[in-house]
Design a protein around this ligand. Structure first.
Ligand SMILES: *[C@@H]1O[C@H](CO)[C@@H](O)[C@H](O)[C@H]1NC(C)=O
Ligand SMILES: *[C@@H]1O[C@H](CO)[C@@H](O)[C@H](O)[C@H]1NC(C)=O
Ligand SMILES: *[C@@H]1O[C@H](CO)[C@@H](O)[C@H](O)[C@H]1NC(C)=O
Ligand SMILES: *[C@@H]1O[C@H](CO)[C@@H](O)[C@H](O)[C@H]1NC(C)=O
Ligand SMILES: *[C@@H]1O[C@H](CO)[C@@H](O)[C@H](O)[C@H]1NC(C)=O
Ligand SMILES: *[C@@H]1O[C@H](CO)[C@@H](O)[C@H](O)[C@H]1NC(C)=O
Ligand SMILES: *[C@@H]1O[C@H](CO)[C@@H](O)[C@H](O)[C@H]1NC(C)=O
Ligand SMILES: *[C@@H]1O[C@H](CO)[C@@H](O)[C@H](O)[C@H]1NC(C)=O
Ligand SMILES: *[C@@H]1O[C@H](CO)[C@@H](O)[C@H](O)[C@H]1NC(C)=O
Length: 811
């Protein structure tokens, strides 16, 4: 590692976070380890002093778990108590989460009873007969209620949710149901059942009636000669899952290597995406975070397994399913002119956001194009088949048919299909091409909601796109930000009225002033948290502006003591920025100590998830995004009436709208929060990996700090690699060094390895990397302005060969 300052930072940060993560669950646990639960014993949700009930070995705990997406609601659950992610294996009230101060009590008459603080009954276990005498949480994870003669009256193993544990069995007629999503525990779209004919199957089902659709996996243990049918699904204590036939034959569902059950936990969980997975997890993971490893997934490929009948499969309608390395589905829309039906739900399907073709003149074939997708198929909803046909005949037939939304071509056969498309899959095994019909040009639907007209003084073609959505910062990022107090954007402004175009100065801010009560109602009492950052917490809400409009409400929690007038002045400065590449501020609230900002809501989330996550953007999309960010920054630096230096440019602060247009978030905020007027910049603002060296060198802070951060971000966008990657052995890789090495050695293609599209665009790749190296010069005076950056990126001026960016750093 060459830069000692940076290396030190990485390690200093990694350490406390690591410990904090490890200690969090442990601190919640206090010993109480007989496993026995007496009559009238109770646990209260949200009571910090209450301990969950533990099994004798403390492997399992029973009690309340706060919901991740709603801190006031609790799930009554059993979970692994010793592993950091405290995986839940059973839950009582998935569809009906309990409010704070709800209580679960073991009663003699009804078994376990879960009641609200007002005494309303949410859930009871019931008991089969007689009177309960005690409860017991077994080391197997089974919660048993028994009478005074130790006969079982109820056990959680008989009432499974989405998970089976070793020693648990499931009889004919039994079922597991998936949860609805990662964080919503109500009943989901998938089931694992042992049918009365002896077959164990996975099937989708219709919500809310629960009607079962066709199976997409089966054990083949049915038998018309009943004496040989499967009678029970058994998960034995060694971690083998099998169907036991009437003649004692075992049909194993476990087909991977089963690790020792004394040293590992095992579980079989029907995930919310329909994949039934056998997992193991080492009991002794001494210090390492440990993980669930996969022994087997059923089916092997869920994307291609679900192909018959009704329902929407793992990804929803009009979507495309691909498998990730863990054999779990990744869902995405087929084209950028489609977007998620529910922006919050990647598995909920897609809708076209252009008017689809109708059979009248205005929507004639001339307005549409077919976009080709290789190895892609939607096996359902055909209404015509042609054979033999060639590709040209096939695409022509669809283009000219106003009913046709998709043509599928394979092996001389052509199928025409209608919306909604179901069970879309993309896989190398799919020997078909799909041609999907989209509106020509970058057509967008007219605004869905009547906002007051926004003045966009700079560019006329900037169509207003509504409603759009606001992304969230990830939890890890929040932790990091919380731990190191210097991760703040810094706002610095100076009057540039000479440069300001006259139209800008005359713009009247049309920000709306909300009352706190209005925003409390809009956000349903600040319940749905979108994310947290250094400035406060962001909640989702809806406001009425002619129509119900989704918004992101940012509740600032560190407002510096400032007169009301100053707050308003700063907010108006932010409110006067109108640019396609900036997140729009709609209004604000200042009431008592409350300071809130109301922003447009952007559904696609932050750029970081598209760069470093499973879903990658194409090279063309990435270059467009880079240009968008550059335009936004140029506007902040040079084109608004008051210069705004962002100071915290990083992927988490770039949000994407549904057309993947980049929008810069959180600009201008630090001025509200850190009124550092002294101009001695002793505290570093910004985020590690993106901060320019001026911050460390007691040099004046100018707009060039943003140019530096933009350079780092540009390298990330080009390479899809993080600026600082800490590896397991504590070694770090610093992207700027690596990129310069590649540049200097003339092998920039290493930066985009395997990205065909980028490799076919070497001139632009070279230009972008060279510009980035100019931006990350340690000497701020060498860095270009954003204006120059823009001209170079757009190939309007030539990019000279840059000097070494790190002259001050010793090797
Ligand atoms: C449980 O509470 C009920 C009602 O308060 C009481 O009648 C009963 O004796 C209690 N049982 C035990 C075992 O404490
Ligand atoms: C706990 O589970 C084991 C294995 O199923 C069983 O042998 C034991 O009897 C159970 N203990 C109680 C108290 O139910
Ligand atoms: C879970 O999803 C259902 C159905 O969409 C919804 O009614 C319910 O409020 C959700 N629950 C939580 C806790 O988000
Ligand atoms: C049904 O199974 C029994 C016992 O396995 C066997 O004796 C009988 O012949 C079978 N009947 C048929 C019709 O296969
Ligand atoms: C569990 O099942 C497997 C597969 O049938 C078998 O090899 C193993 O002995 C069983 N374990 C126990 C404890 O019965
Ligand atoms: C856990 O594993 C470490 C090394 O992997 C070993 O030193 C330690 O004794 C183990 N602890 C237990 C309780 O088995
Ligand atoms: C745990 O899994 C995640 C992703 O599945 C992986 O990135 C990480 O390296 C794993 N950790 C360990 C200790 O295996
Ligand atoms: C078709 O377009 C023409 C011209 O743009 C317009 O006058 C007419 O109302 C449109 N017809 C329909 C049915 O939308
Ligand atoms: C969008 O359309 C306009 C005019 O129709 C065009 O100038 C612009 O280049 C298009 N943008 C993209 C990203 O295709």
């Amino acid at each position: 590692m060459r830069d000692r300052t940076c290396a030190g930072m990485v390690l200093d940060l990694a350490f406390p976070i690591f410990f904090l993560i490890l200690l969090l669950p442990c601190s919640l646990i206090r010993a109480q380890n007989t496993g026995a639960i007496g009559i009238n014993d109770s646990v209260t949700a949200g009571d910090k002093r209450a301990t969950p009930w533990l099994s004798p070995s403390q492997d399992f705990a029973f009690g309340f778990r706060q919901l991740a997406n709603n801190k006031d609601l609790y799930l009554l659950a059993i979970w692994y108590n010793k592993i950091p992610d405290r995986t839940i294996v059973w839950f009582a009230n998935g569809a009906d989460p309990a409010p704070t101060n709800s209580k679960v009590q073991l009663t003699a008459q009804q078994g376990l009873v879960l009641t609200t603080p007002q005494g309303g009954e949410i859930w009871t276990s019931g008991i089969s007969m007689g009177e309960a005498a005690q409860g017991f949480l077994n080391d197997t994870g089974n919660l048993v209620i028994s009478n005074s003669r130790a006969e079982k009256l109820w056990q959680s193993f008989d009432d499974p949710t989405d998970t089976l544990l070793p020693t648990q069995t499931m009889e004919q007629g039994g079922r597991l149901s998936s949860r609805l999503s990662e964080t919503n525990y109500s009943q989901g779209r998938f089931q694992f059942r042992l049918l009365h004919d002896g077959n164990a199957v996975l099937n989708t089902n219709n919500l809310p009636t629960g009607l079962a659709y066709d199976a997409y996996f089966w054990s083949n243990t049915y038998d018309t000669n009943v004496s040989n049918a499967g009678i029970r699904v058994v998960f034995n204590e060694s971690g083998y899952l099998f169907v036991l036939r009437a003649n004692d034959e075992r049909v194993l569902l476990t087909q991977g290597r089963v690790v020792s059950a004394t040293e590992n936990y095992h579980r079989a969980t029907l995930n919310f995406d329909g994949v039934f997975v056998l997992y193991s997890h080492p009991k002794n993971f001494s210090g390492g975070s440990g993980n669930w490893s996969i022994i087997r997934t059923m089916p092997a490929n869920i994307c291609t397994s679900i192909r018959l009948g009704m329902g929407s499969g793992p990804c929803g309608f009009n979507s495309i399913c691909t498998l990730d390395d863990d054999m779990r589905p990744i869902c995405r829309c087929p084209h950028e002119s489609f977007s998620l039906l529910d922006p919050e739900d990647k598995y909920g399907g897609c809708k076209p956001h252009f008017p689809t073709q109708y059979c009248d003149d205005n929507y004639s074939a001339d307005n549409f194009d077919l976009v080709e997708l290789t190895n892609t198929d939607w096996p359902q909803t055909d209404y015509e088949t042609y054979s033999p046909y060639n590709i040209e005949e096939c695409t022509k037939a669809c283009l000219q048919d106003c009913f046709c939304n998709v043509a599928i071509f394979g092996e001389g056969t052509c199928w025409k299909k209608k919306l909604p498309l179901s069970f879309g899959r993309q896989d190398t095994s799919v020997n078909r091409k799909a041609f999907i019909k989209v509106r020509k040009g970058n057509f967008t639907l007219p605004p869905a909601s009547p906002f007051p007209p926004f003045p966009y003084p700079k560019k006329k073609e900037d169509a207003l796109v509504l409603p759009v959505l606001l992304g969230t910062s990830v939890f890890a990022n929040f932790l990091l930000v919380g731990l190191v107090s210097f991760c703040f954007a810094f706002f610095y402004r100076k009057k540039l009225s000479r440069n300001a175009p006259p139209v800008e100065r005359s713009v009247q801010s049309n920000l709306r002033c909300f009352s706190f009560k209005e925003l409390a109602v809009a956000t349903d009492g600040f319940t749905e948290e979108l994310g947290r950052g250094s400035f406060g917490t962001v909640y989702k809400g809806f406001i009425e502006l002619g129509a119900r409009i989704p918004v992101a409400v940012k509740k600032l929690d560190r407002v510096v003591q400032e007169s009301e007038k100053e707050f308003k002045t700063e907010v108006e400065v932010i409110g006067q920025t109108y640019h396609k590449n900036l997140v729009r501020l709609i209004g604000f609230c200042e009431e008592g100590e409350h300071r809130l900002l109301v922003y447009e809501f952007l559904s696609s989330g932050s750029l970081s998830s598209f760069l470093f996550g499973a879903m990658k953007l194409s090279w063309n999309q990435r270059t467009e995004i880079a240009l968008g960010i550059a335009r936004g920054l140029l506007y902040l630096h040079e084109e608004c009436s008051t210069q705004i230096i962002h100071c915290d440019i990083k992927p988490q602060n770039i949000l994407l709208d549904e057309y993947y247009d980049a929008k810069i978030a959180d600009f201008g905020l630090a001025k509200l929060l850190f009124l550092d007027q002294s101009k001695t910049y002793t505290n570093i603002r910004g985020t590690k990996g993106y901060v320019a060296s001026e911050w460390f060198r007691n040099m004046p802070i100018t707009a060039k700090v943003d140019v530096y951060s933009f350079g780092v971000l540009l390298l990330e966008i080009v390479s899809c690699q993080k600026s600082v990657e800490t590896e397991r052995n504590g070694e770090g890789k610093i992207l700027t060094y690596w990129a310069y090495d590649c540049y200097q050695e003339g092998r920039i293609e290493a930066l985009v390895e395997n990205d065909e599209e980028a490799l076919n665009d070497m001139r632009r790749l070279d230009r972008f990397v060279t510009v980035a190296i100019w931006c990350i010069q340690e000497d701020p005076t060498l860095r270009p302005t954003m204006k120059m950056v823009m001209l170079m990126l757009e190939d309007i001026i030539q990019v000279p060969v840059p000097p070494c960016p790190f002259p001050f750093t010793t090797t």
